[in-house]
Ligand binder design. Sequence first.
Ligand SMILES: [Zn+2]
Length: 81
Amino acid sequence: MDESYPLKITFREMRESGAREIPIYCRDYRCGHHVETNADGWADDVRLSDIGPRFVCERCGQRSAEVRPNFEPAKMGDNPG
Ligand SMILES: [Zn+2]
């Protein structure tokens, strides 16, 4: 299931989508702590899925956070023709 996790995109792609803040959630559901990191601080070729393991929850100490970008998919156009 992890193979299909939709976080293969890079920070460059994410910035191009207009997103600036990335919510990162503690994997421990009992904790529920989350922080937001600024996309500007990461290199273009870093994938979103790469940064989760780097985070350590400052509340409970859990390693490996879950990254949940909240940007909207690109609009492909609603006009029928
Ligand atoms: Zn936590």
